[in-house]
Design a protein around this ligand. Sequence first.
Ligand code: SF4
Length: 338
Amino acid sequence: MKYVYGPVPSRRLGQSLGVDTIPLKTCNWNCVYCQLGRTEPLINQRKDYYPPEEILVEVQAALESHAPGEIDWVTFVGSGEPTLHVSMGWLIRQVKSITHLPVAVITNGSLLYQPDLRQELTAADAILPTLDAGTADLYRTINRPHPDITFDRLVEGLIAFRTEYKGKLWVEVMLVQGLNDTPEALWEIAKILQQIRPDAIHINLPTRPAVETWVKPPSKENLMQAMAILGSTAEVVHPAEGSFDLSGYDNLIDAIIGIITRHPMRQRELERTLDRWTPGQVSQTLAELANDRRAQIIERYGVQFWSTVLSHYPDTAQSSRTTPKHQRLSNGTSDKEV
Ligand code: SF4
């Protein structure tokens, strides 16, 4: 399958059938913690990146191939920002018409300032946008957005969406050591969250390979502090353990590429996930994919992860806390060095 994968285990969404509506790393942000490599170039155009009818056919086939109870949520989540697909509203409504399963959208929330998109998303049962910063400076430092997506627009969109949306609004906050885990930064985020009034706040930690080599999760003390400052609806969301459904893949190469394009993984995790094949077969196929320049090893936090070579991860020498040069030029913004 090209657009649909899983179901995959998710702490928040149980067994989640993933629907990926856009090409790899089509995004209007370039987050320092992104596990899919750098966004080059930033893209902020809404259009039909793939024919929506084709996506729907795959969703229907995946739903029909699973017994009741095997899937808990249908989740639009992509190898980039899913709301850049201009038929998102149509897709959500169509999926709702063919299944009783709830539908979620994991989005950076950057386009919620647009009334049309807010209207499209009201058909979903849960929306999970991101808010990593409470000031424009920190927002530019962490999320490195397209210049049209200002901090004021982001906040304005989230607040407006809350007033119009009756479903579950779960805001995600990714904490990065030294950036947004200080008391000052956390109080600024808390102030904005009080205006948004989400149903829950999900604190995420960078555990997959962050694009920038210097990105680290907060210390235990700072994490406790974040929980206290962000309030009683805040909870830490750790990656879920469980099995990936690989029935949509006929061969090992497609299965590996399908997984590591969206979820870079350690070799042992891959061997566990791909238990239809022996560890020896997985390891040999990974070596062949690396040899053919289709897979690469990325090292972060002293751990090696397999990823597709299509994702661009800078090495330590190229990874700096300032915005990459190519982006500064195209943005015209001057991100503050932290
Ligand atoms: S983490 Fe999400 S929003 Fe940020 S750059 Fe990656 S795909 Fe885009």
